[in-house]
Design a protein around this ligand. Structure first.
Ligand code: MGD
Ligand code: MGD
Ligand code: MO
Length: 769
């Protein structure tokens, strides 16, 4: 049954540029999903998986965190990229001990992430001993002993770092944080630190909870939807069906993006006849082609125009009743935003005054506004303030806590929000820690732990020497690749609990372990029988997921089992937590979750309801704002934007249509018209000419970062320039190839999120340095 992965790697000189598309999905999307599924899984497994995706008795898609349509699920509740995510996980290709015997770590290090991932599922626990050239098989028990010995030998528990990526189920996440806190540290960096941390920071300060306040029906019944800094056609394709529904109900949609992303322009729903045969639906009514980092200026400018509209027709724009009953800080906000200079706003955004005024009119007349956003807002130095400014606009108009209106941070990983709810956070509040201690008779540490950037610094500086990852690809996903690699190489032990081979297995500590685990699609059988897991989507809906596929080998353990067995080895038989019982029956984990996590009371029952259940959200449910003022907070933020220095470009790093973060599915960024390669940089035609280059030229991208009175440079080589529609002075290139350009210290204020969307760079002819 098992298959080998492809032997060929990316040949960047084969790159083809075919030009951008003006619509998303349609027939090609269906064909691509089936082709990828057959290649990886074969016909029988494809038939066993795709129809079960996101169905009530099926498994939750391991792709994005967009919710399923409540009540009436379609027979095919998935998209092209969901099918790719499943094919990638359910593949029959395998990476076996023979594979590791054939390939040294040095040899594998030369391969791209694409090649590594395409080799297939990891089948056996493997160890790399100090000085060894190859990974060799290791018994599970020996692996646990090795980890426990290292943990016991650390000078303090804070010398250990435990990373989490956002695919981990609620049950595994809950036990993982319990293990880590029982051991004695809060060093729990996670992918969220690089993702929606800025949204969490801004929303907790302004509305008292770091999660979105809308559900799918709210979007469907909104009359105005802003989609800012998000590319749903690629990253949340099922959101397009919701947006089409909203349009059919009369909504106006405004896309705010430096790039004319195909999915925002027009969508042909492959699950509808008119989507296959017809023109499809125009999604965005307005496209604001904003300069990178210009959103804060836009929101402040709109704030000023809303006050001016209120002056012109008093009592019609500002929702005084809402502001008076529920908000704090209104007067300061009014004073600040009335003084915003519109000339600066136009310069910072690159938009016209007419665009600004028409958007303000739309906001002033809308009765139900939803603001959606993703990485285009969160990965900037001023991300937290930018999101707080979006909240200011909604508060002015009373748009939180009523049907059809609210904030919608569109999450990334399929369970990243659930992992946080379960306690994966370096600074969980006292109330959670106290409940955890009470339930289990442990004493959780109270010192805050390291987030992602702090963890890298700690490993770099010798303050941490043990690294363990529950999923993800830490080395490739984090900024400043070379610095991060050096940091991990200084560790004594690195442990990766993974489904697929990736770069983080090849950049390792003195000793390294790979522990193969079951994925969302796999059948999980423990002592009490078949196990279910639960997940939470972007809109706080919690529901079950049931894996059904035969795992690719009998040496794969579930994430829950790995945590429980490690805990037994580390803490011995007398530990107060019933690790063996948890491993044997996940219902028992859910019983504990119900007693510890707010909103999860009676978890086992509620999660088994038809559509699961929705976690409480005080602003959404009854306009209750649990902030430090007890009200929703207007905020005053000094205007920050991102000018382009002379002879330079401001670069954003983003996803192609054919990848899932660091997992590269294929080499076809179909909507942007780039094929067979990934090392490209999208630049405005006039900038290409002004900088002395031509479309198609090969360049190095060099980032410039002021540090210690000098300018630090970082370089990636041999990228092809593609002339593309983007604002002057702005450029775009794919992540993770460009992560070496992002300085570790280039982070967002308050959230500490790496600034992946605004890096000052220059282009140099390749080979010239
Ligand atoms: N198929 C697929 N699905 C995914 C993922 C994947 O890699 N592949 N990743 C998952 C994860 S973890 C996440 S977090 C999400 C990511 O989903 P997105 O946030 O959509 O991902 P990015 O590719 O980073 O796209 C950022 C978008 O913001 C725009 N943008 C960049 N800077 C700015 C700015 O300053 N202002 C504005 N207004 N726009 C800007 C870019 O042009 C781009 O359209 O998707 C999730 N879903
Ligand atoms: N430059 C730049 N950098 C970025 C971003 C950007 O936009 N630009 N985006 C950031 C964002 S939003 C995010 S979320 C992070 C993503 O960072 P991560 O979450 O760390 O990265 P992924 O690429 O999603 O991780 C993929 C790996 O997870 C493992 N895996 C997959 N499924 C499972 C599972 O079920 N269990 C386990 N144990 N392992 C599994 C596989 O081995 C696979 O190789 O990257 C961030 N980095
Ligand atoms: Mo993300």
């Amino acid at each position: 049954m098992t298959r080998h992965g492809p032997l060929h790697d990316i040949v960047e000189s084969d790159l083809e540029v075919t030009g951008p598309k003006d619509h998303a999905a349609g027939v090609p999307a269906v064909l691509v999903s089936l082709k990828r599924a057959y290649e990886q899984m074969g016909v029988a497994r494809t038939a066993a998986t795709l129809p079960r995706l996101n169905q009530r008795h099926g498994f939750d898609c391991p792709g994005c965190a967009w919710p399923e349509t409540p009540g009436h699920r379609k027979p095919a509740e998935f998209c092209e990229n969901g099918a790719k995510a499943v094919a990638e996980e359910a593949t029959l290709r395998t990476v076996t001990p023979e594979f590791f015997a054939r390939h040294s770590v040095a040899e594998l290090s030369e391969k791209t992430g694409y090649w590594l991932g395409q080799q297939g599922r990891l089948t056996h626990p493997m160890v790399l001993r100090p000085g060894a050239t190859h990974y060799t098989p290791v018994d599970w028990d020996d692996a646990y002993r090795l980890i426990a010995d290292h943990l016991r030998a650390l000078p303090t528990p804070d010398h250990a770092v435990f990373y989490t990526s956002g695919r981990t189920s609620n049950e595994a996440a809950f036990l993982y944080q319990l293990l880590i806190r029982s051991y004695g540290t809060n060093n729990m960096p996670d992918c969220s630190n690089m993702c929606h941390e800025s949204s969490g920071s801004a929303l907790v300060e302004t509305i008292g909870i770091g999660k979105g306040s809308v559900s799918v029906p709210d979007l469907e019944h909104a009359d105005l939807i802003l989609v800012a800094g998000q590319n749903p056609g690629t990253n949340h394709p099922r959101m397009l069906s919701t947006l089409v529904k909203a349009k059919e109900n009369g909504a106006k949609i405004i896309a705010i993006n430096p790039l004319p992303e195909a999915g925002l322009l027009r969508f042909k729903d492959p699950q509808r006849v008119d989507g296959v045969l017809g023109h499809g639906t125009d999604i965005a009514d307005e496209f604001l082609q904003i300069r990178l980092g210009g959103d804060m200026a836009l929101f402040q400018g709109l704030g000023r125009l809303l006050f001016e509209a209120e002056d012109a027709a008093p009592g019609t724009v500002i929702d005084r009743a809402f502001v008076e009953a529920h908000c704090a800080g209104f007067d300061d906000y009014e004073r600040h935003v009335r003084a915003v200079d519109l000339g600066t706003v136009l310069e910072a955004t690159g938009l016209s005054e007419a665009q600004l005024r028409s958007t303000a009119r739309d906001l002033a007349t809308s009765q139900r506004t939803v603001a959606c956003w993703a990485m285009g807002l969160t990965q900037h130095t001023h991300a937290v303030a930018t999101i707080a400014e979006a909240v200011n606009l909604l508060l002015l108009r009373g748009m939180i806590g009523k049907p059809g209106a609210g904030v919608c941070p569109v999450r990334g990983h399929s369970n990243v929000q659930g992992d946080r709810t379960m306690g994966i956070w370096e600074k969980m509040p006292e109330s959670f820690l106290a409940a955890l201690d009470l339930e289990f008779g442990i004493t959780s540490p109270r010192r805050h732990g390291y987030d992602t950037v702090e963890a890298i610094r700690a490993m770099r500086d010798g303050r941490a020497s043990f690294f363990m990852a529950m999923g993800g690809n830490f080395v490739a996903a984090t900024p400043d690749t070379h610095a991060t690699e050096e940091a991990l190489r200084r560790c004594e032990l690195t442990v990766q609990i993974s489904t697929k081979l990736n770069r983080s297995h090849l950049v390792h500590g003195r000793t390294a372990l790979i522990l193969p685990t079951l994925g969302r699609t796999d059948l999980d059988i423990q002592e009490s029988g078949k196990q279910l897991v639960s997940v939470e989507d972007s809109m706080s809906m919690v529901h079950l997921s049931r894996g059904r596929l035969q795992p690719v080998g009998d040496q794969l353990h579930s994430e829950v089992a790995i945590v429980c067995r490690l805990a037994r080895e580390l803490f011995g038989p007398d530990h107060p937590v019933r690790w063996s019982a948890f491993e044997g029956n996940y219902d028992l984990i859910r019983d504990s979750i119900g007693r510890v996590v707010p909103g999860c009371e009676d978890y086992n029952t509620k999660v088994r309801r038809r559509d699961g259940f929705q976690l409480p959200h005080p602003p959404r449910d009854n306009r209750e704002f649990r902030t430090h003022t007890g009200k929703a907070n207007f905020s005053v933020n000094d205007l920050v934007w991102v000018p382009t220095p002379p002879g330079r470009l401001v670069l954003q790093t983003l996803r192609s249509h054919d990848q899932y973060n660091t997992t590269i599915y294929g080499l076809d960024d179909r909507y942007r018209g780039v094929k067979n390669g990934r090392k490209v940089v999208f630049v405005h035609t006039d900038d290409i000419a002004e900088l002395g280059f031509a479309d198609g030229d090969l360049v190095d991208i060099v980032s410039e970062w002021p540090a210690d009175g000098a300018v630090q440079e970082r370089r990636v080589r041999d990228f092809r320039i593609i002339a593309y529609s983007t604002p002057r002075g702005n450029a775009a290139a794919y992540y993770p190839e460009t992560n070496p350009l992002i300085p570790l210290d280039h982070v967002a204020t308050k959230s500490n999120t790496p600034v992946s969307k605004a890096i000052v760079v220059r282009l140099e002819r390749a080979g010239a340095d």
